[in-house]
Design a protein around this ligand. Structure first.
Ligand code: UDP
Ligand code: MG
Length: 332
């Protein structure tokens, strides 16, 4: 059946956006041919009044459920949490800042009910994107395309609808730091999926949570997460350095013994030490980045810790998520 919908909203310090978003979602969903809807607000350890606003929405509307992460675990973890607690036949993922217009849900649900298991969206414009942001995003995609085996489609945000079938598939991954949308791109041919285009307005209130450095970290993480090509690149780099060193060695021998013209050598030594040293460090850093990922993965810690709050029930009444994840995400 395709008539029970979950809407997962990840929110970090979005106190002024929760209630307007909830209102617009309800308006957009009223009249759709659905048997039930649940709004899953994932409060990603907000420091402002986000949780209280979610509770306020829940008091007026028992369809609101809250996944309260005990600290800020990050956008990816928040969406994973929402996905694990969602119980609908189809799950929509969206941001809390109204950059993902709720009015598109009608079209998304229509395509889903027509038989599409995944409905994507594509941003044709983003009112909040500065020229520097657009440039870095394009650069990142170029680098990603070169370095990764998984082709992440550009301008395809997390705003999408997944049928239960794919939700269950994604739940099997259980990776930390996994780029949520990358996992889907890894598993299916994204080019063949239905896409709804939209122009993203500016965020309604508050500030973007993605600083330049945070976006850069996400970019590097996603390259490491989806590819081992950088390790092969470091191998090539090491090979080139060895060739350079061999050439320099021959040059020194020829100068000294054949041409009997020993160079003073100072500049050569300094250059060689610097070049060898920095290439060594680059290769070590690349290996280190992978070792760090292995280190984090082997701990097998839960991706998040959460309370699940439904209307009329306190967080302590609820066990961990209904999924198959090992370990107890809910300490209560
Ligand atoms: N978000 C989150 N946890 C975080 C950072 C962001 O849940 O640690 C949420 C945020 O509240 C928003 C969505 O992720 O709903 C996208 O973040 P943002 O709008 O700041 O990103 P941008 O649109 O500027 O790329
Ligand atoms: Mg935003």
């Amino acid at each position: 059946m395709r008539d029970r919908l979950s809407v997962v909203v990840s929110a970090y310090n979005e106190e002024n956006n929760i209630l307007p978003l909830h209102r617009r979602l309800k308006a957009a969903i009223a009249g759709l041919p659905l048997a039930s809807v649940e709004y899953l607000f994932v409060d990603d350890g907000s420091a402002d009044g986000t949780l209280e606003r979610c509770r306020q929405a829940q008091r007026d509307d028992p369809d609101v459920k809250i996944v309260h992460l005990l600290r800020n675990f990050g956008h990816e973890a928040a969406m994973t949490a929402g996905m694990e607690y969602a119980s609908g036949d189809g799950v929509v993922f969206m941001d809390a800042d109204l950059q993902h217009p709720p009015e598109l849900l009608g079209e998304m649900v229509k395509r889903w009910r027509e038989g599409n298991d995944i409905v994507l969206t594509r941003r044709t414009a983003n009112a909040d994107a500065s020229p520097l942001y657009r440039f870095s995003a394009r650069l990142f995609h170029r680098i990603m395309r070169l370095l990764s085996d998984t082709d992440l489609p550009a301008d395809t945000p997390d705003f999408r609808l997944l049928d239960r079938k794919y939700v269950e598939l994604l739940k099997q991954f259980n990776e930390r730091d996994s780029l949520f949308r990358g996992l889907l791109a890894w598993g299916v041919d994204m080019d063949r999926l239905p896409v709804i285009e939209f122009a993203a307005p500016g965020r309604r209130a508050g500030e973007s949570k993605y600083s330049f450095l945070k976006s850069l970290k996400l970019g590097i993480d996603s390259i490491i997460q989806f590819s081992v090509k950088p390790l092969f690149l470091s191998l090539i780099l090491a090979g080139l350095t060895a060739l350079f060193a061999a050439g320099l060695g021959v040059n020194v021998v020829v100068e000294r013994y054949v041409l009997e013209n020993p160079t003073p050598g100072y500049a050569t030594i300094v250059m060689t030490v610097l070049i060898m040293g920095s290439i060594n460090l680059v290769v070590l850093a690349i290996i280190g980045a992978y070792v760090a990922k292995i280190h984090m993965e082997t701990k097998k810690r839960p991706i998040y810790l959460a309370d699940f709050i439904t209307a009329g029930a306190g967080p302590a009444d609820m066990p961990g998520p209904p999924g198959e994840r090992e370990g107890p995400p809910c300490p209560g």
